[in-house]
Design a protein around this ligand. Structure first.
Ligand SMILES: C[C@@H](N)C(=O)N[C@H](C)C(=O)O
Ligand SMILES: [Zn+2]
Length: 194
């Protein structure tokens, strides 16, 4: 069961990112077998965020366009039950890369996003210092390895996100939390009930 939270919270206003800005690219790997669970954990390839976070993300996408990039979204709002699956299947030694379901994930609040950059001219995902959901030090936001070009792209994504109210997770270059995430409740609503 999701943790019981007391206090007052903002009402949820989850927005589908593709509806807000159709130029945002999606690669919802959790709706496929191409993810660390090795099977789909979502039945719909969609991404949602609370409205202020979604609007901020659309601003980042606009700012990247003149530089030749768009945002590529891997995940947004995530039902709590999926956070529980991720925790249960992850070896103890790798649990810095998954949220503890006892506390819930900021994804469960609709205030965290997993994403990378899309190269418009090449029509493909850029190469970062490590792969999405790779459970190794290459995922650290300050990892000093990789090529200078990979680090520059990782740092470009981070600086644009930070300028628009997001904070990177130190263990994961692709994971960003939106300011004010504490004001939203942990949810366990499936995508088709939003
Ligand atoms: C599982 C990974 N993509 C992720 O989002 N990790 C953070 C820590 C989370 O589960 O909130
Ligand atoms: Zn994440």
């Amino acid at each position: 069961k999701p943790p019981q939270e007391t206090g007052t919270f903002k009402s949820s206003d989850l927005v589908e990112l593709k509806r807000l800005d159709p130029t945002i690219q999606l690669d919802i790997r959790y709706a496929t077998s191409n993810n660390f669970a090795g099977r789909p954990v979502y039945s719909e390839a969609q991404a949602f965020l609370q409205r202020p976070a979604a609007e901020a993300l659309a601003r980042v996408n606009k700012e990247l366009e003149p530089l030749g990039y768009r945002l590529l979204i891997f995940d947004g709002y995530r039902p709590w039950s999926v956070t529980k699956v991720f925790w249960d299947i992850t070896p103890k030694a790798k649990r810095e890369f998954v949220a503890n379901p006892k506390k819930g994930s900021r994804h469960n609040r609709g205030c965290a996003v997993d994403l990378s950059l899309w190269d418009i001219a090449a029509a493909k995902e850029v190469q970062m210092t490590g792969e999405y959901d790779e459970m190794s030090p290459r995922s650290y936001a300050n990892y000093a390895g990789g090529t200078p070009a990979q680090r520059a792209l990782r740092d470009l994504l981070r600086s644009k996100m930070e300028q628009n109210g997001f904070t990177v997770l130190e263990a994961e270059w692709w994971h960003f939390d939106f300011q004010g995430w504490k004001s939203y409740r942990i949810q366990n609503v499936p995508f088709n009930k939003i």
